[in-house]
Design a protein around this ligand. Sequence first.
Ligand SMILES: Nc1nc2c(c(=O)[nH]1)N[C@H]1C(S)=C(S)[C@@H](COP(=O)(O)O)O[C@H]1N2
Ligand SMILES: [Mo]
Length: 202
Amino acid sequence: MDKRRFLAAATLGAAALPSLAQSPEAKPGPRRAGNGPTLLTLTGAIGKSNRGALDPALDQLMVKQKLSFDKAFTFDHRALMQLPARTIEPTLEYDAKPHRLSGPLLADVLRAAGVVLQDRNRVLLRAIDGYAPGMTTAELQRFRPIIATHLDGQPLPLGGLGPLWAVHDADRIPELAAKPLGDRFALCPWGLYHIEVALAPA
Ligand SMILES: Nc1nc2c(c(=O)[nH]1)N[C@H]1C(S)=C(S)[C@@H](COP(=O)(O)O)O[C@H]1N2
Ligand SMILES: [Mo]
């Protein structure tokens, strides 16, 4: 039971608990990692799944962006918050100021979906606007991006850089810090919602 539901149950009193326990709303969905809307869907070479195939009728954004999959692993905000969080403080190109960003490492998100990265893997990080940079396993290990959920302590908003932003600590990665500010974040999609784990041709 989450805190909000716990408080609601406490307000209603103990007598309300049996019916609350029976309401469909109170039951965790069998295929869901949490109770909130899915924020991130992983497809491709994943080792675990908690949802089935793309629904051509209802998965409208994914249909428009021509995704196709027969299974996926999804995270809601809470499932992402349950992974160990890392904080980085890169200077952002948008205002040339350092900002505190926190969230799980992309590597840990992949691991939670049962991905075992090999040298010839590529991950495609797809954003809501269709921007979809690919990263090789080597780049992933060099840049160690996080899936940021918070900026300066506030949840990242949809409409801004969120709800998720794959971003790295550019100031502390010499190969990136050597570039002009405007060239450091090309592999950092804001509005990230889908990750495809691909196997490069051998
Ligand atoms: N969702 C999304 N993320 C993005 C981009 C984009 O077009 N869409 N552009 C990338 C590039 S090429 C750069 S240099 C930086 C800044 O681009 P932006 O001003 O479009 O955010 O964000 C990166 N992340
Ligand atoms: Mo760019």
